[in-house]
Design a binder for this molecule. Sequence first.
Ligand SMILES: *Cc1c(COP(=O)(O)O)cnc(C)c1O
Length: 218
Amino acid sequence: MSIISENLNNIKLSLPTDVTLIAVSKTKPVSDLMEAYNAGQRIFGENKIQEMTEKWQEMPKDIEWHMIGHVQTNKIKFMIPYVKLIHGVDSLKLLKEINRLGIKWRKKVNCLLQVSIAQEETKFGLDESELNEILDYIKNDDSATNINVVGLMGMATFTDNQEQIRNEFNYLKCVFDKTQEKNPNFQILSMGMSGDYQIAIECGSTMIRIGSSIFGTR
Ligand SMILES: *Cc1c(COP(=O)(O)O)cnc(C)c1O
């Protein structure tokens, strides 16, 4: 068995059945992705639209492609035809642009809203007032026809401080629960990466994004 399939199987065995695993394959060659595919993995996460589109063209068509990175607005159109879920929607402007292209392609595009939970300034995400503005748009604007917002996503601070990570994930779970009360469509809470997914699952994550623990360091 290859190291990639071994890693994948070990992680899958440790997961609760209601947690979905995204194999984050950014920067990795198609041959590595195919090893994961042959071991049964069907959901892959990429952070650059061009790289994802090239891999989508080359690989089997029963794969779900998730855009997990910061979205480059001018390239959205390339992924609309096939992308399964966009994790990193972090502005109303971006959501409106996705909606516009969804209308053009006659597709309803699944999205998550990225909430800012980390201390680092460098991490993208919405604060609470921006989140509320978007929720208002989804609910009350008749032109929001071609987006399907199904949950939230967040990234914790990159730190060894487990308690801080736990606090940040707990905060996101609180925001998620509050949001879900008014938006029953919200079913997905995407949080947890290689270094912190166990904590994320304890805090209520339903979708984890794992790269280096499957494919090795980048
Ligand atoms: C790269 C990346 C991951 C995976 O990171 P690992 O630490 O390699 O598991 C998860 N989420 C996002 C948004 C990423 O950019």
